[in-house]
Design a protein around this ligand. Sequence first.
Ligand code: NAP
Length: 337
Amino acid sequence: MSEKRIEDVVIIGSGPAGWTAAIYAARARLDPLVYEGAPSREMIPGGQLMFTTEVENYPGFAEGIDGQKLMMEMKAQARRFDTRIVTDDIVEIDTASRPFRLRSTEGDEIHARAVIVATGARANWLGLHNEERLAQSGGGVSACAVCDGALPAFRDQVLAVVGGGDSAMEEATYLTKFASEVVIIHRRDSFRASPIMAERALQNPKIRVEWDSEVIDVLGDDFITGLRLRNNRTGEEREIEAGGLFLAIGHTPNTSFLEGVVDLDENGYIIPAKPGRVVTNVEGIFGAGDVMDDYYRQAVTAAGTGCMAALEAERWLAHHADADPAPETPAQPVTTG
Ligand code: NAP
């Protein structure tokens, strides 16, 4: 790629936030360039929805839609408006001068007036072989109860939730709508969750807790049938029945390349510079989706903030484009993913 081309807007990430930002930016004639990410063990282009089988709560799909299909449709929609796509990660943003200088894993150097960061967050997993196998095959292991809990396979089953924070309390309480029983498995003898959320869960007659316990294996060939637990105090191991497993052990935002670039909170999430806006403390860099949201974390909210980021970028460019040097050479073609 030429070092001379100056992009109006580079979008980093390819989940609902990234593609929605691309659709809006492309329709606003900003000719966006999307770095959709390179496939790795933890993340693949398309983000977390690529690991979800059925999405039933994204508006517009009365019968639900497969997570991968939804992402392919969003990408196709962005392409329809001539979004350019590169299958690589951005690993560095240099804000020392404008336009910003971005560098990709494969060594591309990109100059961009505005950047939308939509790299998302990844759910934390226990790291067990059978957990990963059944999560990837749609075998009843999930890191999102709100996304998957209402699926027919989980009706009237004993469902297990791992974690002791607010997410675990919320997800366990939510799952009682469908489950015959919900078992919270927590590694200590007290919850990290806020007292009100913990109390609500503990008072629910359908919820019981396995304290001081860790999941050491997930049982079942094609679909989960149970869990092997180890008591952290006694070392005792035993098996319990489970027709579903939901991990609620936190998320990690994909922001390691942003350290020292924009303001991040103690967990690595981008801090909005203005309440209710998707602007960062660096003018011209915007955030969208889960990378800036540890609270709602839904596909539809990510898409919404992707739209917001594109509108912010468009307005920001309209007011600041004159200050930037003009491109020295015409656009060069880029690889499309
Ligand atoms: P969190 O507060 O970090 O809690 C993660 C839980 O998972 C902790 O109980 C932790 O155990 C456990 N855990 C972590 N790694 C583990 C492992 N490898 N094996 C077993 N257990 C493990 O995360 P969160 O619950 O997702 O909440 C994140 C933020 O969002 C919090 O600020 C929370 O208040 C907020 N939130 C708010 C709401 C709400 O208000 N409605 C709902 C959801 C989340 P330890 O306790 O032993 O460390």
